[in-house]
Design a binder for this molecule. Structure first.
Ligand code: UDP
Length: 401
């Protein structure tokens, strides 16, 4: 694609993002770098174009480049993205390519960078279920670990998983930058009544006569029969709660969700929400049922009881703190676990106790400290004294090691 005026001869930090969670979790890094007078380059792959743009907009960000690669399957996304990203990386010659998480864009970004010979940094490294599920995410994150030079593990357990796979260097335990994003958005919602009103608008018609039960489902392994069982549970739980489902646009999800829940009383099918609206909704819900990775991390921080619609999770920390319970995808198990939370005050109290097992909001700063110290040559770092918004540092630039 044609180069735009963003191009520079200065080696920069290049971020690759394709989906909503990548946008949410990379936004704090990009904002922090901008606050330090750096000009990171954000490349959107096009994988989930609209949801990515929406999530970036929540942080007043937009991609510098958009590769526009949309394809129906992970293999097609990766197959088209690798050469497109490699060309862009060759042209831009960044100091480092940063990928986040475990999507097809993450994998393609790391692979393209390695083919071109540029260093790779992986944010949210080391998450493992130890099974083949979720597929292809577990495969992506294991393969990215083999390609990355810097591994930003959110927790000690994630770092240990990397070491167990033979990764000997470059591991840094930083917390998850998704928690930075969450705390930032919560603070903005609290400080800005106009933003809070706009964020609450999609929820305006939902009655408060019953507790709000929020549900999100999108994982590939939960399609088909497992999705049917989850939807049957949600239909049953509409007798106890206002069931609110921001519907993932994937046809394999949206079709069955609308067919089963479309006409039910006390069920509210919403379009995918802006990040501000979703954070506002999590703050008002009594319970979340989810197979989302990001929501599993956010719920403990908010003190929102979380029932995980999976058989295994790569995020066991929220289960260990008592904020989350793995319930799987059987209708009766989901209904009884949800009713237990809604009706048992002592259990609810335990699950509502806020906890920060995934970090406490400083991940982006820590990650950027390492990126600037180890990946960006000292010669291109700013020589001005700079100050970060959190007042963490005011000094000459980090030295390259
Ligand atoms: N999210 C959002 N709007 C929604 C649903 C989720 O902004 O309607 C946010 C949520 O707060 C979290 C992220 O999207 O930060 C999770 O994305 P998703 O569940 O699609 O992916 P996963 O985390 O499972 O990879």
């Amino acid at each position: 694609m044609a180069a735009d005026p963003v191009s520079t001869t200065e080696p920069r930090i290049l971020f690759v993002a394709g989906t909503r969670p990548e946008a949410v979790k990379l936004a704090p890094l990009i904002l922090d770098l901008q606050a330090r007078s750096h000009r990171p380059l954000l490349v959107a792959t096009g994988q989930h174009r609209e949801m990515l743009d929406e999530a970036l907009a929540g942080f007043d960000l937009r991609a510098d480049r958009d590769l526009g690669v949309m394809a129906p399957s992970p293999d097609a996304v990766v197959g088209r993205l690798v050469p497109a990203l490699a060309d862009l990386i060759r042209a831009e010659r960044p100091a480092v390519v940063v990928v986040q998480g475990d999507t097809s864009s993450t994998f393609a970004g790391a692979l393209a960078a390695r083919y071109v010979g540029v260093r790779v940094a992986h944010v949210e490294a080391g998450l493992r279920t130890g099974t083949h599920d979720p597929h292809p995410e577990e495969m992506h994150r294991k393969l990215v670990a083999q390609m990355a030079d810097l591994h930003f593990a959110p927790t000690a357990a994630a770092a240990a998983a990397l070491r167990a796979e033979g990764i000997a260097a470059g591991i840094h335990v930083t917390g998850n930058s998704g928690i930075d994003a969450l705390l930032r958005m919560q603070a903005r919602l609290a400080a800005d009544p106009a933003l809070a009103a706009a964020a609450g608008a999609p929820l305006a018609g939902i009655a408060t006569n019953r507790p709000w039960l929020l549900a999100t489902v999108h994982r590939r392994e939960n399609q088909g029969q497992r999705l049917s069982a989850v939807l049957a549970a949600l239909a049953e739980l509409a007798a106890d709660a206002q069931v609110i489902v921001p519907v993932h646009p994937s046809p394999a999800i949206a079709g069955p969700v609308r067919a089963v829940l479309g006409a039910r009383p006390n069920v509210h099918l919403l379009p995918p929400l802006s990040y501000a609206s979703f954070v506002a909704l999590m703050g008002r819900a009594a319970l979340v049922l989810t197979d989302s990775g990001g929501v599993q991390e956010e719920a403990p921080a908010i003190g929102l009881p979380c029932l995980v619609l999976r058989d295994v999770t790569e995020r066991p920390e929220g289960v260990a703190t008592g904020n989350a319970v793995l319930v799987g995808c059987e209708t009766a198990a989901i209904v009884s676990a949800a009713r237990a939370v809604l009706n048992d005050a002592a259990l609810r109290l335990r699950m509502r106790r806020p906890a920060l097992p995934y970090g406490s909001g400083g991940a982006a700063g820590l990650i950027n400290d390492v990126l600037l110290r180890q990946a960006v040559p000292a010669s291109v770092q700013t020589t001005e004294s700079w100050s970060r918004s959190d007042g963490h540092r005011q000094s000459s630039p980090a030295s390259a090691s």
